[in-house]
Design a protein around this ligand. Sequence first.
Ligand code: DX5
Ligand code: ZN
Length: 213
Amino acid sequence: MIELAPSLLAADWMHLGREIENMLNHGVNLLHFDVMDAHFVPNLSFGPDLCSDVHRLFPECRLDVHLMMNNPQSYWRIFAEAGAETITLHREVLADPRTAMEALRSLGVRRGMAVKPGTPAEDLLPYLDCLDHILIMTVEPGFGGQTFMPEQMDKVRMLRDKGFTGDIAVDGGINLDTARVAVQAGANVLVMGTSYFHSDDPGRVARAVKEFK
Ligand code: DX5
Ligand code: ZN
């Protein structure tokens, strides 16, 4: 199944509740939650308190937490307790990825691993058996509104060729055109910040994604 995961980073932060309510009314219940620590990426976003508020007010909203942090081990329990369904850690900061994934499993969350554009997908191969979710960055992480890097689709194709059957998400510069390219390569989770929340008609974007095969 192809799923849309709007990225809260691009929502109107002065009206977050309304933004999430609208999203749920569009039949979308997966929210991408970008956590940035100003070290792993040159930007700051939001933290676990907002995650738990969203979870408390909108329990039907599944939270897909993308930790762009140097020390995710200090926070993965906190985000699990804040209601994350999936927690995605960056391969680049994990000294012992398998143990990190075991920790996520013991917290009862889905286990995700992400790679930046410069990190080869081969770095994920030894861990495919312990991953529920892979996130392929299609821009340099840190900011919304950048341009999709089509060459990253080689990673998606390679991971499917190696037999990975879990979720493969693409993140950065995804709109209805680039989404099609990503789905053809084998991605099934489409993170959309700008092209969803800044759209004149986000409901139309949600409906268009539901038509994807
Ligand atoms: C970038 C974040 C993305 C970002 C995508 O570092 O991981 O989730 O919000 O934004 P768009 O869709 O605007 O490229
Ligand atoms: Zn993200």
